[in-house]
Design a protein around this ligand. Structure first.
Ligand SMILES: Cc1ncc(COP(=O)(O)O)c(C=O)c1O
Length: 446
């Protein structure tokens, strides 16, 4: 694949001047600004620093550049769109690409998840899904269903709805209690350590949802949100039978099942969505990231037609059915990026490509197992996580690792003392080898 290899470019302008004004998100600002890890260009599998150093991208940016960086087709589609129609209000006005993209997304989603609501990020997708769930129950005369269920170690973005659902304590502790959410236990059980793919143990943890039904009453529960594979907290693959059991409990008690596929969507698990990989279909599904290959900010909620229709039919003819939306919902440039991205996935058969590369990738990551500071490895598709034994304060070793890896030529996303590895779906075996080699040498020297 020629597009993986960097071409010769004119050197981008070096960043000079102050770093004080930009308050960086989810970053140790003082640490970064003391030793900025700046990137000025990207192409295919690589980032490039100001000095022209090549950094292999082992986590698809932030799990979003699934088709590799700087895809010409997407850049051109966005430029053309901006020149032709830069913006149209999404309220009461339309443009063809929004409908075309919704149709294309609906061809990828499983079951009857065929109604698509566009937003600008994963966090907005989550809050939108929460509101749709509440509106659905109201429409059916069950307005008492206002509480939600999610899971420990979940990450559902940073808006207030998503923070309430999230089970990562640092993302919650400074921002108050939020909405009424009960958290099931996570599925990272010792018996499944070092298991590749789905573990045999832990399906019974889905019974936490049944316990909440008994404790709070199903008539008070709107929806159960889970990432099919918990992503940000480090590739927690669902144990065999776990998602099926959640599905059964939700169906039995009229609770909507929502899969947050912001990371797992668009080929990460070898299928369009993890729902297809695990054979379980939710009632709503959130997505973002890979939808536009991250070339434009965009997210979406796929909604089962029966949920959509209930909300539609409860509104008077001619009235707005759902009082929700964003100025930039279905932005023309984002829709153009989305269409060009889905074309690439289809033309290059990238989901199948990722599926085929997965065993080689997982072998490479598991080959690191003998390194003494590693205490667990998990993986599925083109997504894996290595847990390190903490070195003093939690997160200290993970932070040191990602900095050293960057200096050694590899970018990945750390969470605490875990290294999250999720290369673009265009990766070749040689890229996987480089990633494993750099991980091995850096971990050994840590
Ligand atoms: C599962 C999941 N949901 C939601 C989000 C939030 O997405 P965003 O950062 O685009 O708001 C993320 C981001 O990583 C995510 O992994």
């Amino acid at each position: 694949m020629g597009h993986n290899e960097p071409q010769v470019h004119a050197a981008p302008t070096a960043v000079t001047g102050s770093t004080a004004e930009f308050w960086m998100p989810f970053t140790s600002n003082r640490d970064f600004k003391a030793d900025p890890k700046m990137v000025v260009r990207a192409e295919g599998m690589y980032y490039f620093t100001e000095s022209g150093r090549k950094i292999i991208d082992a986590s698809s940016g932030l799990f979003c550049v699934n088709a590799g960086h700087a895809r010409k087709e997407i850049t051109e589609a966005v430029a053309k769109q901006l020149a032709e129609l830069d913006f149209v209000p999404p309220f009461m006005r339309g443009h063809p690409k929004s409908f075309a993209l919704a149709e294309r997304v609906a061809q990828l989603t499983p079951g009857d998840l065929k109604r698509i609501f566009f937003v600008n990020s994963g966090s907005e997708a989550i809050d939108t899904a929460m509101k749709i769930a509440l509106a659905y129950h109201q429409a059916r005369g069950q307005a008492g269903r206002t509480m939600f269920v999610s899971r420990e170690r979940a990450y559902h973005g940073v808006n207030f709805g998503g923070v309430a659902l999230s089970g990562i304590v640092n993302n919650r502790r400074k921002f108050g209690p939020g909405l009424h959410v009960a958290h099931m236990r996570h599925t990272h059980v010792k018996e499944n350590y070092y298991v590749r793919g789905q573990g045999e143990h832990g399906a019974d943890l889905a019974e936490d949802l049944a316990r909440f039904v008994n404790l709070y009453g199903a008539e008070n529960i709107a929806a159960c949100f889970v990432e099919p594979i918990a992503g940000s907290s480090g590739c927690l693959v669902p144990p065999k039978g776990y998602l099926d059991r959640l599905r059964a409990i939700c169906s039995e008690h009229g609770i909507l099942l929502v899969f947050d596929e912001v990371i797992t969507g668009f080929g990460r698990t070898g299928q369009p969505f993890a729902a297809q990989s695990f054979g379980v279909t939710p009632d709503l599904m959130t997505m973002a990231k890979g939808l536009t290959n991250a070339a434009q900010p965009m997210g979406a909620v796929a909604v089962a037609t029966h949920v959509h229709d209930a909300v539609m039919n409860a509104a008077q003819e001619g009235a707005i059915e759902l009082f929700h939306g964003y100025t930039y919902s279905a932005h023309p440039a984002a829709c153009a990026a989305g269409l060009a991205t889905l074309d690439i996935y289809e033309r290059d058969d990238l989901f199948a490509r990722g599926r085929e590369l997965s065993p080689y990738f997982l072998d490479a990551i598991w080959s690191l197992r003998d390194i003494p500071i590693i205490k667990d490895i998990r993986g599925y598709g083109l997504f894996a996580t290595i847990d390190l034994a903490p070195d003093g304060a939690p997160g200290k070793r993970g932070h040191a690792l990602q900095k050293k890896l960057f200096d050694n030529g590899l970018h990945l996303k750390p969470t605490g003392d875990s290294a999250l590895i999720a290369p673009p779906l265009i990766a070749e075996k040689s890229h996987v080898d480089s990633i494993a080699d750099l991980l091995r040498s850096t971990l050994r020297a840590l």
